[in-house]
Design a protein around this ligand. Structure first.
Ligand SMILES: C[S@@+](CC[C@H](N)C(=O)[O-])C[C@H]1O[C@@H](n2cnc3c(N)ncnc32)[C@H](O)[C@@H]1O
Length: 235
C-alpha cells in the first residue's frame, strides 16, 4: 500500500496509539452520517468533488453513493485529478457537481471567501457543500495554516457566500478539546516512540469528557464543526 493510501486508512481507522483517535473517529462518524442523510437518497449519477482532497481519506465512504469522484487540490498533490491554478481557481465549468466535499481544508486556505465562492460556482443549483473545519485546534500547517472558526463566524462566512445551512454540528466539546490541546502540549516534547503512550493516557479521557458534554454546547463551541450547506437555486 502506498504511504498516502496508508495515511488515509489511518484517518479512517485510527488505532489506540493515535493521538487524534477520538477526533478522527467522531469526524468519520459525522461524515458517514451526512453521506447517509444527504447523498445516499440521490439515486442518479451523483458527482462529488473532494476540494482539497489530500490523500483522499474519505473516498471509500463516498464511493458507494457516487458515479464520479473528482479529487481537487494544489498542484503539489499528484493524486488530484484537477489542480487549482495559482489564483485558486478550479479548472472546471460552473454548475458541474452535486456535492463538494471539503474536510479540514478551510483553515488552510489563504483566501477562504474565494475558496467558498469556487465551491459555490462548481456546484449545480441545489447542490450541497459538505464541509468540516476546526474550531479550537493546534497549529498544523498543510502546507499553511491560517484560520480557526467560531460557530457563528463559520455560519456567517458560509451563508454570506450564497449557501443555506442545512446541517450544523460541533464535534469534540470544550472540555475534550481542552484535554486534546493539553495532550498536544506534550506531543513534541517526548520522543516519537512515546507518543503512543500519550494517546493511551489522554484519548480515553477525551472520550469520557466528550460524552459528558451536550450536543447544544458542542454546536456553539467545539474542536471541529461539520456543516452541510445548499447552493441556493437563485445563485
Ligand atoms: C489537512 S489537509 C486535508 C486533506 C483531506 N481533505 C483530509 O481530510 O485528509 C489540507 C488540504 O488542503 C489543501 N489546500 C490548501 N490550500 C488549498 C486551496 N487554496 N485550495 C484547495 N486546497 C487547498 C492542501 O493541499 C491539503 O491537501
Amino acid at each position: 500500500m502506498s504511504e498516502a493510501r496508508e495515511a488515509g486508512v489511518v484517518r479512517l481507522k485510527p488505532g489506540i496509539f493515535n493521538t487524534r483517535r477520538h477526533y478522527l473517529i467522531q469526524l468519520r462518524k459525522q461524515i458517514e452520517k451526512v453521506l447517509e442523510q444527504f447523498v445516499k437518497p440521490m439515486k442518479d449519477q451523483v458527482q462529488i468533488a473532494d476540494y482539497g482532497c489530500g490523500n483522499m481519506p474519505y473516498e471509500p465512504l463516498v464511493a458507494p453513493y457516487t458515479e464520479r469522484y473528482i479529487g481537487i487540490d494544489l498542484s503539489e498533490n499528484p493524486r488530484a485529478e484537477i489542480h487549482i491554478d495559482p489564483e485558486g481557481r478550479i479548472a472546471m465549468p460552473d454548475n458541474q457537481v452535486d456535492f463538494v466535499l471539503s474536510t479540514q481544508v478551510l483553515e488552510h486556505v489563504e483566501n477562504p471567501i474565494f475558496y467558498l465562492e469556487e465551491a459555490l460556482r462548481i456546484l449545480k443549483p441545489g447542490g450541497k457543500l459538505i464541509i468540516s473545519t476546526h474550531g479550537y485546534w493546534m497549529f498544523h500547517p498543510d502546507p499553511t495554516d491560517y484560520w480557526r472558526w467560531t460557530s457563528t463566524g463559520l455560519k456567517k462566512i458560509i451563508t454570506e457566500r450564497g449557501f443555506e445551512i442545512k446541517y450544523f454540528r460541533g464535534i469534540i466539546g470544550r472540555a475534550a478539546t481542552g484535554l486534546q490541546l493539553f495532550q498536544d502540549g506534550f506531543l513534541f516534547k517526548v520522543p516519537g516512540a512515546m507518543r503512543g503512550l500519550l494517546a493511551i493516557i489522554f484519548q480515553p479521557l477525551i472520550f469520557f469528557f466528550d460524552k459528558t458534554t451536550s450536543q447544544s454546547s458542542k454546536d456553539k463551541d467545539a474542536g471541529t464543526f461539520v456543516i452541510v450547506a445548499e447552493k441556493k437555486t437563485t445563485s
